[in-house]
Design a protein around this ligand. Structure first.
Ligand SMILES: Cc1cc2nc3c(=O)[nH]c(=O)nc-3n(C[C@H](O)[C@H](O)[C@H](O)COP(=O)(O)O)c2cc1C
Length: 169
């Protein structure tokens, strides 16, 4: 089963989060998960995926303009019927990551994807919409590393659900 994690990232925080999600996905037997920046998505790989998790930084509490443009052109990838998830990074605890995730999930629904977060069904950590990492740029008590396990767990849960729906191979 192939899964993709697609991200926008300028200073590396969201790339790191994407790699943690892919790591978690690859814990599930039979999974080949790969992370791609929006500028280098492998179309051949995408043609075979069962699901995709998409994420980007919060820019003024919204998705980045580049992610918006990428989503506008992603209809050609044939994502309908595939499992979809979303994630974000931000530099303030209340910096808009939830809004970013909500808008990415809305785009996924527009494609006809089946959106999944795990919600509270898997116990702690409860992840209602998708995981958010707060970096340590401004909030010194924060830092991406604080969220590494949450991103990995989210990836693992996502892959388990994709395997349940579409088969592990
Ligand atoms: C133009 C711009 C706008 C931003 N707006 C917000 C914001 O509204 N809220 C927030 O918490 N962080 C904001 N940030 C910070 C980024 O979301 C944060 O540093 C993120 O982790 C960067 O991701 P990256 O390292 O993957 O590029 C902004 C950064 C830039 C460059």
């Amino acid at each position: 089963m192939k899964l993709a994690v697609i991200y926008d990232s300028v200073t590396g925080n969201t790339k790191q989060a994407a790699e943690w999600i892919a790591e978690g996905m690859n814990q599930v037997n039979g999974t080949d998960a790969r992370a791609f920046h929006i500028d280098s998505v492998d179309a051949e790989f995408m043609a075979c995926i069962s699901g995709a998790v998409i994420g980007c930084p919060s820019y003024m509490a919204a998705m980045t303009p580049n992610m918006h443009a990428w989503l506008m052109s992603a209809g050609k990838l044939g994502l309908a019927g595939k499992l979809g998830g979303a994630f974000a990074t931000e530099q303030y605890t209340h910096g808009g990551g939830e809004t970013v995730i909500q808008s990415i999930l809305t785009s996924e629904l527009c494609f006809g994807m089946l959106c999944y977060s795990g919600g509270s069904s898997k116990g702690k950590p409860v992840i209602h919409r998708g995981p958010i990492g707060v970096n340590g740029n401004v909030e010194l008590q924060n830092g991406m590393e604080n969220y590494s396990q949450t991103f990995r767990i989210f990836g693992e849960r996502f892959a388990q659900k994709a395997a349940e729906l579409f088969g592990a191979d």
